[in-house]
Design a protein around this ligand. Sequence first.
Ligand code: SF4
Length: 258
Amino acid sequence: MKIGLVDVDGHGFPNLALMKISAWHKAQGDSVEWWNGLKRYDIVYQSKVFDDTYSKDNEFVVMADRIIKGGTGYDLENRLPDEVEHIMPDYDLYKITDTAYGFLTRGCPRGCPFCIVKPKEGGKSEKVADLSEWWDGQKNIVLMDSNMTACQDADELFAQLAKSGAKVDFSQGLDARLITKSQCEMLNGMKLDRVHFAWDNYEFKTFEKLKLVREWLTIDRRKNGRLCPHELRHDARAGSGTCHAFKRNWLRSVCDDL
Ligand code: SF4
C-alpha cells in the first residue's frame, strides 16, 4: 500500500503518532512518505495536535482511497490501536538521529479546569511503557508525560531514565508537590540541562516544598543546570490582569529566592 502522512501542525516538533504510524506501516511492507498533493495514496493520515487557534486544518484536496484524521486537534477520543501505540517510532521520518520522544505514563490527577489531560488521558497517572519501548540508545530523551511523579511506578521509571545515561528532558515539567527525596536523588544521577516544575494551582506549601527540593537537588551546581519553578503556558489562559501580573512577580521572586 502507498501511505501519505500529513503533519498539520508543522511547528517543528515531531509528531509522535505519525512516527508510530510510519513505523507500523513500514513493518507491514508498505511504502510511507510525506503526503504529496500530486500523488494518489491508499491511505492518507492527517494528524493535528493543536486546536484551530494554533493550527488550521489542512484544506487541500487529498487524493486517497481513505483519509484518517487523528490527534487532539480533532477530538479527545481518537486513539492509536495498541499495536501501533506500542511500536518503536520511526524517528527517521523527521531525520532524527540522537533523540527519542515518548511517554512512560499517561494521565494526571490534578484536573486543572483549563487542561485537556484529564478528559483525554484520565484522572490517574499510569505507566504505559518501559523506556526500551521507544528509546534505542539515543543520547537525548524527551519525555512528554504530563505528571510522572503522580504515578505509582514513578520510582521504577526514574530508575530506568537514570540507568539510560542519556540526557533527559522532562518537557512538561515535574510536580513539586509529589516529588520525593529518592526521586530527586535519581535526578541528581541523570544528565539534565535543568529541572523545571509545572506550576498549576500553586499554594504556599508548594513554595515550602520547593525549598526542600532545592536542598535535595544538586544538578544546578554540578552541571550548570537550573532549578526554576516554571509557569505552564496554560496558566496564562487561567490568569489575567492583576492576578496574572501578581503570579508573574511572585514566581520571579520565588525563582530568585531559590
Ligand atoms: S495542567 Fe498539568 S497539573 Fe494540571 S491537569 Fe494538566 S497536566 Fe495535570
